[in-house]
Design a protein around this ligand. Structure first.
Ligand code: PGA
Length: 281
């Protein structure tokens, strides 16, 4: 599945940086770093909402897109402090993260996530829907948590709209770890298979169009292994996207892993052809 989809790396800037000048500098450095990887990986940064418009203006011929970290499910009216999907869209956002665990911790339910996903898609953006268990239990109850988040969060999305959805698997226990301990690539692969299977159960073949990316302490050190062996189509790093050099380390890890995957696929298909010819004889 992921072999046919260009890797997607989305930087979640969270509540950083402090000023617009710093945001512009970080954006330009990121765009420069991405220039040599633009044919191999797609990159998006999601700054705080107030920086979306100025960074989108900087974009011009640059290849790094700008997204939102959150949108309101309200569309208009007396809703002080809310920012709608169509407003961030009109400021240049091409996608929005929805249902990040840091928002779920503030009370965002799966039902609210579903409303937001529908709104983001309706406005012509991609919804990056975050799912992930808070902890893992031996009995596997966390798998039911994942299923419920997918089912409820995508409840208002049709098969025709599903190509506008990216699933970001972000186990809460792996996010923001000071020791940078992410999931193992083996466990991630198992989870990617599980999520794909469930998406196909709901959306049929259209489920194949959904990219699954991983977030939770992704670093330049683990990006290669997580991409090569994790069965995902990209990453949603937080802290590692706040410094262009570090972020570039992730582009580089993914590009190298992609080369290895392509090499292995070629060898495999050559072997398959040989076996077929051999059998015919
Ligand atoms: P982290 O954050 O990479 O800093 O762990 C990921 C996220 O919260 O999306």
């Amino acid at each position: 599945m992921k072999k046919t989809l260009k890797p997607l790396i989305i930087g979640n800037w969270k509540l950083t940086p402090n000023t617009l000048d710093e945001a512009k500098k970080r954006y330009l450095e990121t765009a420069k770093a991405h220039a040599k990887y633009k044919s191999t990986v797609d990159v998006v940064v999601c700054p705080p909402a107030s920086f979306i418009a100025p960074l989108s203006l900087l974009k011009k011929s640059k290849t790094v897109s700008v997204g939102a970290q959150n949108v309101s499910f309200w569309t208009t009216g007396s809703k002080t402090g809310e920012i709608s999907a169509s407003q961030v869209r009109s400021c240049g956002a091409t996608c929005s993260i929805v249902g990040h665990s840091e928002r779920r911790a503030l009370g965002e339910t799966d039902e609210v996530v579903a409303e937001k996903v529908a709104e983001v898609v309706k406005c012509g953006m991609t919804a990056v829907v975050c799912i992930g268990e808070t902890e893992r239990d031996e009995e596997g109850a966390y798998l039911e948590v994942i299923k419920a988040q997918i089912k409820k969060g995508l409840a208002r999305i049709s098969k025709q709209e599903i190509h506008r959805v990216v699933i970001a698997y972000e186990p809460v226990w792996a996010i923001g770890r000071t020791d940078n301990v992410a999931i193992t690539s083996h466990d991630l692969h198992q989870m990617a298979i599980f999520i794909h299977k469930y998406l196909k159960e709901i959306f049929g073949m259209a489920g194949d169009l959904i990219r699954i990316i991983y977030g939770g302490s992704v670093t330049p050190e683990n990006a290669f292994d997580l991409y090569q062996n994790g069965g995902v189509s990209g990453f949603l790093p937080g802290r590692s996207s706040w410094d262009a050099k570090t972020f570039e380390g992730i582009f580089s890890g993914v590009s190298l892993a992609l080369k290895e995957i392509k090499k292995a696929t070629k060898i495999q298909s050559r072997q398959n052809t040989k076996t077929k010819v051999h059998k015919r004889k």
